[in-house]
Every structure is written in C-alpha cells, then in structure tokens.
Design a protein around this ligand. Structure first.
Ligand code: SAM
Ligand code: SF4
Length: 353
C-alpha cells in the first residue's frame, strides 16, 4: 500500500505502523483526539462552478474505474462503523446528489449497527424532488450551501443561473422534516460580503440555521488571498448592526461553528472561523474520498489508499488497521497561518467539504 504525498509531486511509501500507537479500536491520534465523524465524498463532479471552489471549465473528473463502487464504499463505511467507533456519517462531494443510488446508499447505512447519524452537504440543485425520499431512506439532517439571495450574484458566484432551484430545495427539505435545515454561506469581499444581515433575516424567517464559513485556501485554482477573506470578526460585526447576538452557552464540543443566539432566541447563527479561529484541537473528523483515500484533515498532504487494500483482497481487520495508522499520524492543525503552509493539491471538491 502507498501513502501519496499530495503536497509535492513525489510519491512516498507508507510509514510502517507506529508501535507506540495504543491498542484501541478507536481512531485516535498522537494529540489525544478521537475521530468519530466520517465525511464521505461520493463524487468529485458538480453541476455548479463556485468561484471559491472550481474554475469555470470544471476539472478533470476522476475516471469511473478509480471511484469506489457502492459495494466497496459500503464495505469501508461498515468497517468504520462496526470496528472504528464512527458514529456520524456525512455525505458530500463534489455534489453528492449527482451520485446515482444515493437513497439506496443512505438506506444501507441506516441499517448498520450501531445506527450512525446520517447527514448530507449539498448545493440543493434537484433537492426539491428528492428530499422526501432521502428522509424516508434514513437521512437525518442536511446542510444546503447558499451564498446569496440575489439571482445575478448567484449566477456570478456559481456561474449557473439556479437560485430558484436551491430555494425550492431548501423548502422541500423543511417540509420533509430534515430538521434542523442548515444553510452554509461563504462571504467574499466585494462580492456578497454586504449580505450577511439579509442572509440571517432570510434564515430566521424561514426557520433555517445559518452558518457562515470563512473562505479557506482549498480552491482548485489556488487563488485564495487572505486579504479577500471576510473574517469571523467582520461577519459578527456586520450581524450586530441589525441583531443582538449572545453566545450560546451550550458546550460546542467538536462542532466547528461558534454559535450565537439571535435576538434572544430561539434562532441561532453559527460562524466557522476556520482560518482565524481554528478549532483543530477539538477535531473529531476523518475523511474518505470518492476514490477510496483516507485523509486525516482537509489540509492533509498525505493520503492512505484504502481502495488499493480493498481491491488487493485485504480483510476488514487489515483495512481497519490501515485506517487507524492513517489517523494516528494526523497533524496538530491545518497550518494555514504558518509561513511554510502548503495548500494541498487535491481541491475541496475532490476531498469532500
Ligand atoms: N457541493 C456541495 C455543496 O456545495 O454544499 C458539497 C461540497 S462543497 C465542497 C461543501 C462546502 O464547502 C460548501 O458549503 C461550500 O460552500 C464549502 N466550500 C467550498 N470551497 C470552499 C472554500 N474554499 N472555503 C470555504 N468553504 C468552501
Ligand atoms: Fe460544487 Fe459545492 Fe464546489 Fe460549489 S462548493 S462548485 S456546489 S462542490
């Protein structure tokens, strides 16, 4: 098996298992964190082209022979749930609604023991027709990404004229009982930074829980610039021009969002200061890409090839052990603020955000 170093053009062979790793089934790392939340990318393809994620022309999609089949994917998820202590599954991408048979995959995961929590992050295109079936299959919750309420801006940001589809998807998710329906928003200076208040008013009115996410250096074009990023502090200052915000005293746990109670409640808003207020010391995530690579972090520069193990005939115990070794080597933090930071060459859309 190989560990692929994506930060440099070179391939490196996998480090031998570290004898100091404790003999526990869980996905522990050297900093005492335990991963219980698995993010699964179902495809690297997408029907939008958000400027902070992908170039206008799209990317060279993974060849289908590289993608895990449904059976392969379910086998790895089963290993994670039954042997590694994974309690939450989140399907993402690329756009996960583009994966054929998503409802069946969710249904199969809902039958696993112990039954994991199952959620989805989607751009919402086509969700209006599928929300009810997804809920029936066993989906518990979902996040829909929406950065603006203005059709012309939506077209500029996503390079597609699909705002009504996303709004219809959100409404259908609420009707289907996929509560709380969360909305993910990335603000960009000079593009939509002036919409923080309107976005929160919209979310409060419709009963959605809004989360602003600081823009991260994960775009395929490597065009991220710190000065263009709207910081958590700026977002909070904007919101406070129209709302009172009190910190939500409930324990944040491993959740990346700092939560605020809006105008005395019950509505809340979250701000994910991934860059300026990192939460890496509380991270409980492990990631599986659509081509079967385990990543210990969005910003990892190495991956562990579970697909090669799987296709090479490894048994579940060997796969579980390789996964444990991958997570044991997890870095302390994402390093974005370090002078020697290296953006991973695999973009967000191929990692699974
Ligand atoms: N296509 C789905 C969607 O947009 O929800 C799922 C995949 S997308 C990569 C997951 C989330 O990552 C979205 O909420 C998106 O806004 C966010 N995202 C993408 N690129 C980002 C970046 N450079 N910085 C911060 N968030 C980003
Ligand atoms: Fe597609 Fe999501 Fe990336 Fe936008 S953020 S291009 S919807 S994968």
């Amino acid at each position: 098996m190989t560990t692929i170093d994506l930060g440099t053009p070179r391939l490196s062979s996998i480090a031998a298992a570290d004898p100091s790793r404790p003999d526990t089934p869980a996905l522990v790392d050297t900093f005492g964190r335990v991963a219980t939340d698995l993010r699964i990318s179902l495809t690297d393809r997408c029907n939008l082209r958000c400027t902070y994620c992908m170039p206008a022309e799209g990317l060279d999609w993974m060849p289908s022979s590289d993608l895990l089949s449904d059976d392969e994917l379910l086998r790895l998820i089963h290993v994670a749930v039954s042997r590694l202590g994974i309690r939450e599954l989140r399907f993402t991408g690329g756009e996960p609604l583009l994966r054929r048979g998503l409802e069946d995959l969710i249904g199969a995961c809902a039958l696993m023991e112990p039954r994991p929590e199952i959620s989805l992050t989607t751009n919402g295109i086509g969700l209006d027709r599928r929300a009810a079936a997804l809920a029936r299959a066993g989906l518990d919750r979902l996040n829909v990404s929406l950065d603006t309420l203005k059709p012309d801006r939506f077209k500029t940001i996503t390079r597609r004229d699909r705002l009504p589809d996303v709004l219809a998807g959100l409404a259908a998710a609420k009707t289907a009982g996929l509560a709380p329906v969360k909305v993910n928003s990335v603000l960009m200076r000079g593009v939509n930074a002036d919409e923080a208040v309107d976005m929160l008013s919209f979310a409060v009115k419709n009963g959605y829980e809004l989360r602003f996410i600081e823009q991260m250096p994960l775009d395929a074009q490597h065009g991220w610039e710190r000065a263009e990023m709207v910081t958590a502090q700026e977002i909070l200052a904007s919101l406070r021009t129209a709302f009172t915000l009190e910190p939500d005293s409930r324990n944040r746990g491993a959740a990346p969002a700092e939560l605020w109670i809006v105008d005395g409640g019950p509505r809340r808003v979250g701000v994910i200061g991934a860059v300026t207020r990192p939460f890496c010391d509380q991270c409980d995530r492990t990631r599986l890409t659509a081509d079967g690579q385990v990543r210990s972090c969005l910003f990892a520069t190495t991956e562990t090839d579970l697909r090669a193990l799987l296709r090479g005939g490894a048994d579940d115990g060997e796969i579980a052990d390789a996964w444990r070794n991958a997570m044991w080597a997890k870095a302390a933090g994402h390093g974005i603020n370090a002078p020697d930071f290296l953006q991973p060459s695999r973009p967000m859309s191929a990692i699974g955000g």
